[in-house]
Ligand binder design. Structure first.
Ligand code: DC
Length: 226
């Protein structure tokens, strides 16, 4: 049954819940394509910043979202983010871009453009996509939907370790404060706020390793025919 082996796996949840590490592991284990939808909002924010467009100039930000070419490229086991031909993988992880991505992602026109691009990338299945609205808006028909959570202290600590591991300056308290601010904006915005799909499986990752979380998701995928 070939169509059953090309599931769509939606992994949603707040920043630092462990989505990227886990989604990548699940995609690798199944031989599926991994897509980080947050990187796409970050790419729009990065380009707006590079072009000197303030985030409140919504029409200009929407124009960027509608015209930007975003590609994901696999390189030596790493996923690279390419925007209009330029490798922006590192640049989109700055705190400034994190903040602007959250602001840009609340603009309806930006969401329309990103959702359309994400649906095109995931057409045909065999994809693990992580984000905030994958199970609710992008792929409401996904066979597997997971909503990952973790306490805010744990989420801030993970993001701090991730940044430090990449050699980026980081301040734990500032990360925690900014993460809480972004979570609030992401979950209270009018369009597609962060919330679990009614049929999503909730998974609290506190005290679990990424490997353990991935295994649980893989069990679910296998039970659905992967
Ligand atoms: O996952 P992330 O932190 O890289 O996402 C960056 C921002 O984009 C974050 O503020 C939430 C937003 N986002 C969104 O609104 N919808 C998605 N599907 C993915 C991310």
């Amino acid at each position: 049954m070939p169509e059953q082996s090309h599931l769509t796996v939606a992994i949603d949840g707040p920043a630092g819940a462990g989505k990227s590490t886990v989604a990548r592991k699940v995609a690798d284990a199944l031989g599926y394509t991994y897509i980080d939808s947050g990187a796409m909002y970050r790419a729009v924010a990065w380009k707006s910043l590079a072009e000197g467009i303030p985030p409140d100039e919504e029409n200009a930000v929407v124009e960027i979202a509608e015209s930007i070419e975003i590609d994901f490229r696999r390189e030596r086991g790493d996923q690279r983010v390419i925007a209009d031909g330029l490798d922006i993988t590192r640049m989109i992880r700055s705190q400034e871009v994190s903040h602007l991505a959250s602001v840009a992602s609340a603009i309806p026109g930006v969401r329309h453009a990103m959702v359309a691009a994400q649906q095109a990338m995931g057409r045909g299945g065999g994809v693990v996509m992580e984000g905030r609205d994958i199970g609710t808006v992008v792929f409401p028909g996904a066979e597997v939907k997971i909503f990952l959570t973790a306490s805010s202290g744990e989420r801030a600590r993970r993001r701090y370790e991730e940044l430090k591991g990449k050699g980026t300056e980081a301040d734990l308290e500032r990360i925690r404060a900014e993460m809480e601010e972004r979570d609030l904006r992401d979950s209270t915005r009018a369009m597609s706020p962060l919330k679990p799909a009614p049929d999503a499986v909730p998974l609290d990752t506190d005290g679990l390793t990424a490997g353990q979380v991935a295994e649980r998701i893989l069990d679910l995928c296998r039970s659905r025919g992967a």
